[in-house]
Design a protein around this ligand. Structure first.
Ligand code: GUN
Length: 287
C-alpha cells in the first residue's frame, strides 16, 4: 500500500490565508507586523531562503527589511544593527540567516536579539521556555512539522518518535516538541550505533540529516509516519533537482503518511516564520 503524501504547500496556503485577517487587524490599529532578515555572506542556498522569506512577508502584508553584509563583515557591525532593530518599533521579528561565517560567533549574535523579537526561537531564553514546556517562540521548521501532524490527525501520545539529526535548528527543538506532546523520543545522530535498529521501531520518523535519500525502505516500520526535513540539491549528473533525506519512492510503499520534497516541510517553515512574526506584533500591540 502506498502512503498518503502530505501536501505541505496546500496546508501552508491555508494557514497563510488565515493570517490575512490578523495582519489587517494589526495594520488597522497602526501595528503592521515587521520582520528584519539579516544575511551575512553569499551562500547561494541562504540567498534563496532569504529571498523567499522576504517575498512571503510581502504576500502576507508584513513589512520586511532585508540587510545584507559581506562575508568578512566585523561581528560588531552585525551586533550594532541588531541593537538598533531591537529598539525599532516597526520591527517585531529579527532573523539572522544561518549558517554564519566562521569568524562570527553565532551564539553572541543570537543572544543579542531581544527574546520578544526572536521569531526563530533560537535565543537561550526561548529554548529554555520550550524545554520547560511553555514555549513562546517555536523554531519554524519543527513548528511546521507539528502543524502537519495536527492537520493530518496524527496522535502523538505514547508513540515512539525517532529523530535523525541533533541540530539546534531542527533536531533538538523537534525532540522537545514531541516530548511535550507525549511521545517517547529518541534522537539519533552521526555517532549513533545501529541507526536502523532505532528507526525500525519508530511510529514517527523525522529525518533531518542533509544527505540525499539517506533513509531507505528497510529502515522504516510498516505504517510509520515519515517526515522529511532534508533539502538536498542532487549533482548535475543526477539531474540537479531537489531531493529529501528520504528515498521517497521506496519509503512511501512502507509508510502510512509521508512528506514529499519539494512541497512538504519546506513551505511550512516560512509559514511558521510569518506566524511567529504576527504573534510577536500581536503581543507588542497588547492583543
Ligand atoms: N538556516 C537554516 N534554517 C534556518 C532557520 O530556520 N532559521 C535561520 N535563521 N537560519 C536557518
Amino acid at each position: 500500500m502506498s502512503a498518503h503524501s502530505i501536501d505541505g504547500k496546500a496546508l501552508a496556503e491555508e494557514l497563510r490565508a488565515s493570517f490575512k485577517a490578523r495582519v489587517a487587524a494589526l495594520a488597522a490599529r497602526g501595528h503592521r507586523p515587521g520582520l528584519a532578515v539579516l544575511l551575512v555572506g553569499e551562500d547561494p542556498a541562504s540567498q534563496v531562503y532569504v529571498r523567499n522569506k522576504v517575498a512571503a512577508c510581502e504576500a502576507a502584508g508584513i513589512f520586511s527589511q532585508k540587510l545584507v553584509y559581506p562575508a568578512d563583515v566585523e561581528q560588531g557591525v552585525v551586533l550594532a544593527k541588531i541593537g538598533e532593530l531591537n529598539a525599532d518599533p516597526h520591527i517585531h521579528g529579527i532573523l539572522v540567516q544561518l549558517p554564519l561565517p566562521r569568524h562570527v560567533d553565532e551564539k553572541a549574535v543570537l543572544e543579542a536579539i531581544a527574546p520578544q523579537k526572536d521569531v526563530d526561537g533560537f535565543h537561550a531564553e526561548n529554548v529554555g521556555a520550550l524545554a520547560q514546556g511553555q514555549p513562546r517562540f517555536i523554531p519554524c521548521t519543527p513548528y511546521g512539522v507539528m502543524k502537519m501532524f495536527e492537520a493530518n490527525g496524527v496522535d502523538l501520545t505514547g508513540k515512539d518518535a525517532v529523530i535523525i539529526g541533533r541540530s539546534n535548528i531542527v533536531g533538538k527543538p523537534m525532540a522537545l516538541l514531541l516530548i511535550n506532546a507525549g511521545a517517547t523520543v529518541t534522537v539519533c545522530h552521526s555517532k549513533t550505533r545501529d541507526l536502523a535498529a532505532h528507526t525500525r521501531r519508530a511510529d514517527i520518523l523525522v529525518a533531518a540529516v542533509g544527505k540525499p535519500r539517506f533513509v531507505t525502505a528497510d529502515m522504516v516500520k510498516p505504517g510509520a509516519v515519515v517526515i522529511d526535513v532534508g533539502i538536498n540539491r542532487l549533482p548535475p549528473e543526477e539531474g540537479g533537482k531537489l531531493c529529501g533525506d528520504v528515498d521517497f519512492a521506496a519509503v512511501r510503499e512502507v509508510a502510512s503518511l509521508i512528506t514529499p520534497v519539494p512541497g512538504g516541510v519546506g513551505p511550512m517553515t516560512i509559514t511558521m516564520l510569518l506566524a511567529n512574526t504576527i504573534e510577536a506584533a500581536e503581543r507588542e500591540a497588547g492583543q
